[in-house]
Design a protein around this ligand. Structure first.
Ligand SMILES: [Zn+2]
Length: 87
């Protein structure tokens, strides 16, 4: 599965946003994007993620302290994969 955003710690994916979210047809979103990409389709989800990934991840970690001290990994087309540390 291709995740656009993932929070990773100790080689484990703690939270992510991917096709199951941006192709969703249900109303509930429980993933790291907090609804930003939910049902938006891949193209819009990539644009949203490019613009807001860090803010999304920070909000997720604020709401889910167990995800603190993890690494934000982005997988976006036409851009190198970026890795940034949170906290
Ligand atoms: Zn999502």
């Amino acid at each position: 599965m291709h995740n656009l955003i993932a929070l990773i710690r100790d080689r484990r994916v703690l939270a992510y946003c991917g096709a199951a979210c941006y192709n969703a047809t249900t109303t509930e979103c429980t993933c790291i994007c907090n609804g930003m990409n939910h049902g938006a389709g891949r193209r819009a989800a990539v644009q949203n993620t490019r613009a807001n990934a860090k803010r999304c991840a920070e909000a997720f970690v604020d709401a889910h302290p167990w995800a603190a001290a993890s690494e934000l990994r982005l997988s976006l087309p036409k851009a190198p994969n970026k890795t940034k540390l949170l906290f």
